[in-house]
Structures are given as structure tokens and as C-alpha cells.
Design a protein around this ligand. Structure first.
Ligand code: ADP
Length: 628
């Protein structure tokens, strides 16, 4: 039930539209039924002139007999329901004219008018419904996208991006299909069924009672099938997410796939998953297509019984005229359609609910702890950054990755982090911009806990240059200016020059406006790094986190990148995960990490004396120029 309430939330803003749809639906059903009703009169007018003449008299005498309106229609039916006859006579009184020619014209005109009005209301409600549906889909996608960007990094550690991709597109699409095919029917079918039931009872309650054995019966079948449908649909969605993930993985890693010649292996993996998709979807479809034949068989059994029973009633002159029986059957037939639709809709809805569950799983996930209610703006950085007994673990039940980290970084200092792989260097720097929150202790900037300032202002003060350069499939200009649309060109060029990037940008056919391809595939490794350095220079943050590249660049490229980094380091406070001897020797402070703890802090020369671990690292890795 909670799921329905959540879905309702998306509908709520459109309640006025939905109400209008309801009114239009009622009007549509009214005109539709009126046109049917009149059609029976029309048939009667054609085939039974004697009765019509009788009706003219009956209709004419209506006004005179209002005290006992039932008595004058007894010529037609001896027994029956007053209200029905009242309606029948009123409608007939609109139709029947003095001569048959006029009657025919009136009937034709009224049939045309009711069909016209019916179609106008039909168009109006479809347009309105479509407006609501599209708006809801756009809103769901916007909310999902917004949510995904605000989910903590922790969330992405556990999820494949293909899975999120699939939720945003496939699952939302499923909702789109539900709304498109079923939303209108969900409103229309119950109204149609309700009105038809009313009319059927009005015509003959005995026949109606017999008919309504179907409804609970088909309701039971519908819910049974519906439940199973939802289960099967959920499996299909999970499977398609898996297919998308596999595809995405293979395409993003296409270079590795080709280098290792693992195309057949990747194809096999994909085919296996895709075959699973086939099986699960086919099972779902088998069930889906079973609904209609089951329902139809049920309806026809009832119908055959009715024909026999109603036919006998007509033959025995027990009150039901042939006209009433035809009208009854006509309204019964027109009720079968919405009944059938409703059971079809149920399947689609169950499919949609399975998608909605997955959507709400994302929407209900806890967001990144953003700003405390009283969070302040971090105005400027003027003194120091301090890690005070900071500790952290990725998983609550696992051993902490960082324990009791105490570290002072004064403004303007360059602090190098060294240590074996897995010691916690990356984790330590990631705590500063609050990519992850400390699980113990705190980090302060100028004495203020970073958790007490707004995330936006904190991150404005911090620039990050990582080994794996993150570039977007856009122009060089857009990549350097990233999100700042109105930066003057001179500033971009200045940053590009400082990052030693201008010399290659200048040579490109379209200069700053050259597209660099997905993730910058059209650039060399060194060029990509220089672009991301240019981006950091343009942002001009007082604090810089640098994950020194370990990937081998050719000597010339390395010199250019190194030189660009030196520009970037100028007059900033820097936390660098160091892999180069030169960086370490130039650092004001070196922090040696091991197993999530600080082993020692000092300058290069001090540490060579005091730390066996550092000496070892220095001799085996740094000196040899090896990666950690
Ligand atoms: P370093 O940068 O020194 O190589 P990291 O900070 O990357 O070390 O990793 C420290 C430890 O935390 C390692 O044991 C690593 O397996 C673990 N770790 C790193 N990132 C994650 C993550 N996103 N989820 C869970 N564990 C992680």
C-alpha cells in the first residue's frame, strides 16, 4: 500500500487535471451510452412501425399522466421498473415526431450529435491524460537524476552504473507504458462498468443478477494472475539491468577487451545474460497472454446462458420485451470491453509496480548528508587544516580503514602522503572534501569542523587532480571551464597556458572549440592530464588534493605535466599522494601511513633517520621509481 501512496505523490500536483479528466470521462460515457440507447430506438423505428405509433401516443400522453407514469407504458411491458420506463419514455419523447419522416430525421440528427459530442470529449480527455502522463514521467526522471547525483559515493561503491542507467531509462519507460496504455482506462473502465451496471439493473434486475456472477469470478482470476505477473516482471527488470551493465562494462573497457582479445568471452557473458532475459520475459508473456482467453471464455459462458434465459423470458411474455432484451445485451456487450481492459490493465500495472519498486528503491535511498540546518558558509581559508583523531571505515562491521589520524597542515604547506598500497592514503584525502564522512574524530578548517559548513562552500575551496582524469564528451573550452558558462576566453587561455596545454590546443583545428570525444579519447594521456590541471588552475582553489600520476608518460610529456603541476602548486595548500622522489623532497612534511595509521611524520631527511618503514619505501619504491 505504501507503494501506492508514493505513486500518488507524483499524481497529486495534477489533481485538477485528473478531476477534469474524470468530468470529461463521465460526459464521454454519457454520450456514448446515449448514442447506443438511441441506436436501439432507431432499429425499432425501422423494424417496428406499429409499436412506434403506439409510442407516439404514449409519449404524447406523458404530460397528462405524470401522476401515474408507469401505467401508460404497460402497453409495452406489463411488469418492470418505473425508472427505466421513465427514462425510456423521456428519450423517446425527444425522438418521436408527428410523422415518421420527421422522427427519422430527429433520430439521425441526435445520433450524429451524440457521436460528435462523444468524440469531442474523447479527444479532450486523451489530450489531458497525455499531458499528465508526460509530466509525471519527466518529473520522475528529474527526481531520479537529482537523487542519483546526491547519493553518497558509498552508494556507487556497491552499485553498477549500468543498473542505475537501467532504472533511469528502462524502469521509467515501463511506467511510461503503464500510464500511456492504462492510466486512461483505469479512470474510464470503472466509470463505464459502473454506469452500465446501473443501466442493466434498470432494464432487468433478474438478468443483471445472473450476469454479475462473472465479476467476482474474473476479479479472483485477475488478482491471482496479477500477483504472479508482478513477480515475473521484477525478474525481467533485474535481468535487463544486468544486460545493460554487462554491455556498458564491455564498451567502457573496450580497449582492455581488445588488448586481451577477450571478445568471445565478453560475447558469451552477454549472450548468457541476454538468454536469461529471453527466458524470463517469455515466461512473463505466457502469463500475460493467458489472461484474455480465460476472461473471454468466462464471458461467453455467461453470455450463452443469458441468451437462453433472456430469450425464454421474452418468449414467455413475462415482462421483458425484445427491445429491452436487445438493449440489455447491447449494454452488456459494451461492458465486456472495459471489463476485459481492466484485467489487461491489471497485468500492465503489475509490471509498472515492479518498475516503481525499483525506482523508489533509488528515490528512497538516503542522500549524501548534505548541510546541517545551521551550516555556515566557509568564507576563506586562512590558517590550517587539522585531522583530529579522525577514523573511518567503509563498512560499519569491517575493520576501520583509518584509525586515530592526527595531522596538522598549515596554510601554504605541501604535505606528501606515502605508504604501501592499501594503507589508506586515498581514503584520507577523500575525507577532506567530505566524499566520505569521518566515522570518528573530526577534520577542521581554521578550527571549524568541516561537517558544520555547507558542502558547496567547502568544495569550492578544494581542487582535485587525480590520476584518472575525468573529462566530458564536450569541447576543450567546456572541459576547462566546467559548469562556469560565462568565463572570459582570456582566463581559459591563461589557465591553459599555465597548465602547458595551450601549445597543443592552439594546434587543434578548432582550438578551444574542439570536441575531445568520450572521456577525451582523442587526446593523449599527458594532454588529458594537462587539461584537468588547467581546469583546477581556473577554479583557483586555496586547497589542492593531488593524486600523483603513476602511469608512465613519455619523458617530454612527463616534463610538461610536472611543470604544469608546479604552476598549480604555487601558493596553495597541498595534500599530495606522492609517488615521485622530487615531490617528496620538496614537501614541507611527509606523512607515512601504514594499515590506516600514521607511522611517522617528518621531512625526508628526518624520516630516513627515524622511520624504518619510510627508509624501506624510499629504497624499494621511490628511489627505484616504482609504483606503490
Ligand atoms: P591507498 O590509497 O593507500 O592505496 P586506499 O585509501 O585506496 O589506500 O584504501 C585503503 C583500504 O580501504 C584498502 O584496504 C581498500 O581495499 C579499502 N577501500 C578503498 N576504497 C574502498 C571502497 N570504496 N569501499 C570499500 N573499501 C575500500
Amino acid at each position: 500500500m505504501k507503494l501506492y501512496t508514493k505513486i500518488m505523490k507524483f499524481m497529486r500536483p495534477f489533481w485538477k487535471h485528473i478531476l477534469s479528466v474524470l468530468v470529461l470521462t463521465l460526459l464521454y460515457v454519457f454520450f456514448n451510452n446515449l448514442s447506443l440507447w438511441i441506436s436501439v430506438d432507431f432499429i425499432k423505428e425501422l423494424f417496428d412501425p406499429a409499436q412506434v405509433n403506439q409510442m407516439v401516443t404514449a409519449a404524447d400522453s406523458t404530460q397528462a399522466h405524470t401522476a401515474n407514469p408507469a401505467s401508460d407504458v404497460m402497453a409495452l411491458t406489463t411488469k418492470g421498473n418505473n425508472f427505466y420506463h421513465e427514462v425510456k419514455r423521456t428519450i423517446k419523447s425527444w425522438l418521436i415526431r408527428d410523422n415518421r419522416q420527421d422522427t427519422l430525421i430527429t433520430v439521425c440528427f441526435l445520433i450524429f450529435l451524440t457521436f460528435l459530442l462523444k468524440n469531442i470529449t474523447l479527444y479532450g480527455r486523451r489530450i489531458l491524460l497525455n499531458f499528465i502522463e508526460l509530466k509525471i514521467i519527466v518529473n520522475i526522471r528529474n527526481q531520479l537524476h537529482h537523487k542519483m547525483l546526491h547519493l553518497p559515493l558509498r552508494y556507487f561503491d556497491k552499485r553498477h552504473s549500468g543498473e542505475l542507467n537501467s532504472v533511469l531509462f528502462n524502469d521509467v519507460n515501463a511506467i511510461n507504458v503503464v500510464l500511456d496504455t492504462s492510466f486512461g482506462k483505469m479512470i474510464l473502465a470503472p466509470v463505464q462498468i459502473g454506469v452500465n451496471i446501473f443501466i442493466l439493473f434498470m432494464i432487468s434486475w433478474q438478468l443483471s443478477l445472473v450476469t454479475f456472477i462473472i465479476i467476482p469470478l474474473s476479479a479472483i482470476v485477475m488478482t491471482k494472475i496479477g500477483k504472479s505477473m508482478r513477480r515475473r516482471s521484477r525478474r525481467v527488470f533485474q535481468q535487463i539491468a544486468d544486460v545493460v551493465s554487462l554491455f556498458q562494462e564491455a564498451i567502457t573497457g573496450i580497449r582492455i577487451v581488445k588488448a586481451f582479445a577477450t571478445e568471445p568471452f565478453e560475447s558469451q557473458k552477454f549472450e548468457a545474460s541476454n538468454n536469461q532475459y529471453f527466458k524470463k520475459t517469455f515466461r512473463q508473456q505466457q502469463l500475460r497472454y493467458m489472461t484474455s482467453p480465460i476472461n473471454e471464455t468466462m464471458y461467453v459462458s455467461i453470455l450463452v446462458f443469458l441468451l437462453w434465459y433472456g430469450g425464454n423470458l421474452v418468449y414467455s411474455h413475462s415482462g421483458l420485451t425484445a427491445e429491452d432484451f436487445i438493449r440489455f445485451l447491447l449494454f452488456l456487450f459494451t461492458m465486456f470491453q472495459p471489463l476485459k481492459e481492466l484485467s489487461g490493465v491489471n497485468n500492465v500495472i503489475q509490471n509498472g509496480l515492479a518498475a516503481a519498486e525499483r525506482i523508489f528503491e533509488v528515490l528512497d535511498s538516503e542522500e549524501e548528508v548534505y548541510d546541517k540546518p545551521d551550516a555556515k558558509e566557509l568564507q576563506m581559508f586562512s590558517r590550517n587544516i587539522r585531522y583530529e583523531h579522525a577514523s573511518f571505515s567503509y563498512d560499519a562491521d569491517e575493520k576501520p580503514v583509518l584509525q586515530n589520524i592526527n595531522l596538522d597542515i598549515n596554510k601554504g604547506e605541501t604535505v606528501a602522503l606515502v605508504g604501501p598500497s592499501g594503507a589508506g592514503k586515498t581514503t584520507l584525502v577523500n575525507l577532506l572534501p567530505r566524499f566520505y564522512e569521518c566515522t570518528g574524530g573530526q577534520i577542521t578548517i581554521d578550527g571549524t569542523n568541516v561537517q558544520d559548513v555547507t558542502l558547496a562552500s567547502l568544495r569550492q575551496h578544494i581542487g582535485i587532480v587525480t590520476q584518472d582524469t575525468i573529462l566530458f564528451n564536450d569541447t576543450i573550452r567546456a572541459n576547462i571551464a566546467y559548469s562556469k558558462a560565462d568565463i572570459p576566453e582570456e582566463q581559459i587561455i591563461h589557465a591553459a597556458k599555465a597548465a602547458n596545454a595551450w601549445e597543443f590546443i592552439e594546434k587543434m583545428p578548432e582550438g578551444l572549440d574542439t570536441f575531445i570525444g568520450e572521456k577525451g579519447t582523442r587526446l593523449s594521456g599527458g594532454q588529458k592530464q594537462r587539461l584537468s590541471i588547467a581546469r583546477a588552475i581556473l577554479k583557483n582553489p586555496p586547497i589542492l588534493i593531488l593524486d600523483e600520476a603513476t602511469s608512465a608518460l613519455d619523458t617530454e610529456s612527463e616534463r610538461l605535466v610536472q611543470n604544469a603541476i608546479e604552476h598549480l602548486l604555487e601558493s596553495r595548500t597541498v595534500l599530495v599522494i606522492a609517488h615521485r622522489l622530487s615531490t617528496i623532497q620538496n614537501a614541507d612534511k611527509i606523512v607515512v601511513l601504514q594499515d590506516g595509521r600514521i607511522d611517522s611524520i617528518g621531512t625526508h631527511l628526518e624520516l630516513l633517520e627515524s622511520s624504518a618503514l619510510y627508509k624501506n619505501l624510499y629504497e624499494n619504491q621511490l628511489l627505484a621509481g616504482k609504483e606503490d
